[in-house]
Design a binder for this molecule. Sequence first.
Ligand SMILES: Cc1ncc(COP(=O)(O)O)c(C=O)c1O
Ligand SMILES: [Zn+2]
Length: 415
Amino acid sequence: MANTPVTADLGPATALVCRECGATRDLGPFYVCDECFGPLEISYDFGGVTRADIESGPRNIWRYRGLLPVPSDVASTPNTEPGLTRLVRADNLAEALGLQKLWVKDDSGNPTHSFKDRVVAVALAAARELGFKVLACPSTGNLANAVAAAASRAGIRSAVFVPSNLESQKIITTAVYGGTFVTVDGNYDDVNRLASEIAGEQDDWAFVNVNVRPYYAEGSKTLGYEIAEQLGWRLPDQIVVPIASGSQLTKIDKAFQELIKLGLVEDRPYKVFGAQAAGCSPVSAAFKAGHDVIRPVKPDTIAKSLAIGNPADGPYVLDVARRTGGAIEDVTDEQVVEGIRLLARTEGVFGETAGGVTVATLRKLVEGGALDPSAETVIINSGDGLKTLDAVAPVVAPSANIAPSLEAFRAAGLA
Ligand SMILES: Cc1ncc(COP(=O)(O)O)c(C=O)c1O
Ligand SMILES: [Zn+2]
């Protein structure tokens, strides 16, 4: 299968195009350019998609199926139906940080509680069309949950590979769905390398973020579409996005660009900011040094979902931040924990460590003057705090432990 183009219904997708040299090739299970080994991405002929087309669609990401590489009847095939998560008006957090207008796009509301359900839903639909039989991935945790769940609902086999030192919550919430689930003694970059090798041998395995990556990555565009639609078909002035491979950030930018080109939103400037943990900040380091090349690092941070030391989309993240006038910043693990608590205390939203990275980065960007506090800002909470309980367990506790009596309550001085 590895080298044959296929006849498939992939909606408005027309070709694959190299992000480096611009060479194009037919749609198929390809992810690397034959000319220069650059990564491939999808190009489209959208025709005339209107707001009304989208608004009359399903209340999940398939309302944007006309903008995705999926069959037009995708909504009628079993999948996890993620999307249309809350855009939370965050006035309390805004006040705490000195911002005027802030929103949290809370993607913990997806079926397996992270934004990865979006990318997997698109990857699954495309992988089926391309004739793959097994849904597979290397993962830092959330993708493992999403792949195992989607495959079980679709009635196909999954094969998931993760670093063995992952959070126990992510191990349990992946194992529960069944499927083949392998922990590997190595970091994510080791697991990713192993996945590429297996993909080279197993022709009918769709590694969603390796050999089906061009299709998979497009799922993150739906975050950008939803934010614009939920703001009343408007782009925010600024957005802060967590970075692991960097794909989510570059695809939100791609979504905004597409909406502008399609005339679905007004063409106005917006700035894209990236967030990393200091213990895994290769993109932030390159941004600050003014480099175009990312120097890989060995991750050491509690933000394990973002612990990719050699991020595939790193150089493209730099391009987006520089082109839009944004920036990339990184924060310490202590600041990550404080970010999780701040979001929870001010808005009742319990984010995972990636959300803590984003909130703490927002704070640092405001305090450092890189981000305009008077401009409308959106931040992404990409996963659920219940998946990374250990990060906050040492710093939170009940107010008191009392006997079940009014006297004990009075004595505790809680009134
Ligand atoms: C919760 C969470 N947020 C953000 C990301 C970053 O995604 P990307 O690899 O697209 O940069 C990940 C990646 O695993 C994640 O799990
Ligand atoms: Zn190329």
